[in-house]
Design a protein around this ligand. Sequence first.
Ligand code: PLP
Length: 458
Amino acid sequence: MTLASVPQSRLLATAIPGPRSVALHAERLKHVTSGFGTALPVFIDRAEGAILQDVDGNRIVDFASGIAVTSVGASNPLVQEHVADQLSRFTHTCFMVTEYDSFTAVCRWLNEHTPGSFEKRTALFSTGAEAIENAIKIARSATGREKVLVFDDAYHGRSLLTMAMTAKENPYKLNFGPFPAEVHRAPFAAPLRWPTGAQNATAEALAAVELILATEGPETFAAMVIEPIQGEGGFIVPAPGFLPGLRDIATRHGIVFVLDEVQAGMGRTGTLFASNSEHVVGDLTVTAKALAGGLPLSAVTGRVELMNAVHAGGLGGTYAGNPLACAAALGVFEAFADGKLIENARKIEVAARMILEPLLSGTSVVADVRGRGAMLAVEFADRGTLAPRADIAKEIAARCHAQGLLVLVCGTYSNVIRLLPPLVIDESLLNDGLTVLRDAIQHVNAGQLAASPETVPA
Ligand SMILES: *Cc1c(COP(=O)(O)O)cnc(C)c1O
């Protein structure tokens, strides 16, 4: 296949958004529900690697990857080849009607590569939320129990059950209730904001989980669901020992331990799965986002006795494991095979920390630089009080966007800028993007100092 190549460099051809994007956005407002937000109202013409080229000819550096989806690059040739071949043969049969072996091949790869050396089976779906819902169906069916334990700052999706499991009300849940019952929430061992200090986070959070289970009856919980590194909640890396501690608690009480690797998985954090880093093994592991390089595909992978506990016909979906999406996933697996993308995720962390960590002492607005591999974030808050500064995160993101760098804001307090570059990003483009971000932070920090009377130099 031939590709019109998009140069891997930033280019400002017009203001961002440019006139064509502005016109297309005005047209959109006439036809598209206003219920969808937009991080940057720019229309994309083509994309490759870590560059999004818009309809005005601007080349935008992509630190979003379509929310951690295009980790193998925006138009990876391996993904394109597999999808093009599948497209020429057939697009759909419905796996519940007649079969195709790419579905089996994706399941086999996930069984072999997700953490856990036990015998596994996999079910494929289309979206992350759908896979999480199905993980709960499987856990309930296998245990005969109803309750689900989730955590503060969690994000698991926008369907009715996964909204109930998601922590943040606005925008995800506002006006959309009532929600399914039997979803209980426990503290997440978040180091920066743990009330008695990061060193106590693991022990105290685990004690809180034990208290909730003792109160509610541990024998009534089907599943405990956790993101090994939280995504929308603010890229929060749990305090060391928290995940292994939860794993122990789940085992002790016969609760199915579900790892939501939807955002953190598939090489993003410098290991194939984020849970690899503390050797934590889920009974069920849920994947989506980067799994199929931009086509909709999600999966639940886990212990054979759980996955096969559901009655025949109990799982499925018209588009579940669609042939084009399975083909794309096989291209993604090939892209990961030589280990270079995962190595690159680690290099991205080193380069980013080198540029961003000095801002911890060099500014008064950066409270934390955290994350792992190519899943990194900067949290903005007032020095000392840690009062969250959503206004600063928003201003910095806007400056980056104007300069042709796409970053996303996240966090329960909307005060975190997250970095999710494609793992194929080259060093010079990465450093260019990081420099734009650093300059934006320094600029906004200087404005803060000027505006605050007690910091005027003598
Ligand atoms: C995005 C996300 C989901 C939901 O995935 P969708 O494909 O948007 O339904 C679930 N869990 C986590 C951790 C996510 O980041």
